[in-house]
Design a binder for this molecule. Structure first.
Ligand SMILES: [Zn+2]
Ligand SMILES: [Zn+2]
Length: 370
């Protein structure tokens, strides 16, 4: 079928909205008419070549939500007309997937970044030429996405569908790191470095977990103010305060848990120094992969438990409905992070994400039947 998709043709170029052809669904695939798609920093890292996959031209976008409009012959999980949120791809067959931990899938990189199905076939074409799709199993900067049944999550009808796409990546990354991985005890202390969409989701989740001290660190006063409104008990300006000294003042011996959501080498080092002996550090930020860290051996021998966490260790089929329930209860107001843009404004949305003007841009697609 013909669809409208935002194509990236050259590194660092603007997205261009063009007509491309989308394959018909195979037995285990569904076609989703996209209602809206969040823009995540990983889209920009790929656009700018920091993450050198998938090959160009390609269709990015990996926080889609929409309505199922066609299903393959073996699909049982959803039907035509179901509202769905899309999430990251996992192979479904490796030991991690079989153990129910798809975010640790052995094939996470090829499944999400190769631009093709696992058998190497292309899902998108233009005038007979191959276009790389399958970005995070979806390529949702488009009017329609072709997705394996495995990667769609049916969502309730009574919550605005256009809000729900970011639950599939950035928001579940921050919230899942707290609720699925760190699991802080009620009354404990958490410090969150970086108050963007991921960090602020971690702040809201720490509040749900009952943390007594929730310390947000950033360089933008507006984000620090929002962090306080979303549950942070302390907000530290990284350039104006001695962050480590303040964390020690607030917590005594250092934080129980730290969430690093910037990917800036100096901040990664600071996050490792911010926890008490035996504290936990979760590394989420993606920066330059070859960047050296300003650490000394003593920093790593402090007893801290350091782990990188992907997609918040989430199982989207269970975690996205949980987040929607917290939202309904008023305990997880993630809609406050979102700013909407029309599809034609996708490059403006990307610019606003880069400059920090928007925390979580969400791009609304023109609906064929709207
Ligand atoms: Zn797997
Ligand atoms: Zn993402």
């Amino acid at each position: 079928m013909d669809i409208q998709a935002a194509l990236l043709r050259e590194p660092k170029a603007a997205f261009s909205i063009e007509t491309v052809q989308l394959d018909a669904p195979r037995a285990d695939e569904v076609v989703v008419e996209i209602v809206a798609c969040g823009l995540c920093h990983t889209d920009l890292s790929v656009r700018d070549g920091t993450i050198p996959f998938p090959a160009l031209p390609n269709v990015l976008g990996h926080e889609g939500s929409g309505v199922v409009v066609a299903v393959g012959s073996a699909v049982r999980k959803v039907s035509v007309g179901d509202p769905v949120a899309l999430s990251f791809a996992s192979c479904g067959a490796c030991p991690a997937c079989e153990a129910g931990t798809p975010a640790r899938c052995d094939n996470f990189l090829p499944a999400n970044f190769m631009g093709r199905r696992a058998d190497g076939s292309c899902t998108h074409h233009q005038h007979g030429q191959e276009i790389n799709g399958c970005f995070f199993g979806q390529s949702s900067f488009a009017s329609h996405a072709l997705v394996r049944e495995r990667h769609v999550v049916k969502v309730p009808h009574d919550v605005p569908l256009e809000l729900l796409g970011p639950l599939g990546c950035g928001i579940q990354t921050g919230a899942g790191t707290i609720l699925n991985h760190l699991k802080p005890q009620p009354g404990s202390s958490v410090v969150v470095f970086g108050a963007g969409a991921v960090g602020l989701s971690a702040v809201m989740a720490a509040s749900i977990a009952g943390c007594a001290a929730i310390i947000a660190v950033d360089v933008q006063p507006a984000r620090l103010a929002l962090a306080r409104e979303l549950g942070a008990t302390h907000a530290l300006h990284a350039r104006e305060e001695d962050v480590l000294a303040r964390i020690k003042d607030i917590t005594g011996a250092g934080a129980d848990c730290a969430v690093e959501a910037t990917g800036v080498p100096e901040v990664v080092a600071q996050s490792i120094r911010s926890v008490r002996r035996g504290g936990q550090v979760a590394l989420l930020g993606v920066g330059r992969m070859d960047a050296p860290l300003p650490l000394v051996l003593g920093d790593l021998l402090s007893g801290a438990v350091i782990r990188s966490v992907v997609e918040g260790d989430s199982v989207p089929d269970t975690f996205i409905p949980q987040l929607i329930e917290f939202y309904r209860q008023g305990r997880f107001p993630f809609d406050r992070l979102i700013q909407f843009y029309d599809f034609a404004q996708i490059n403006e949305a990307a610019h606003d994400a880069e400059t920090g003007r928007a925390i979580k841009p969400v791009i609304r697609m023109p609906r064929s039947n709207a």
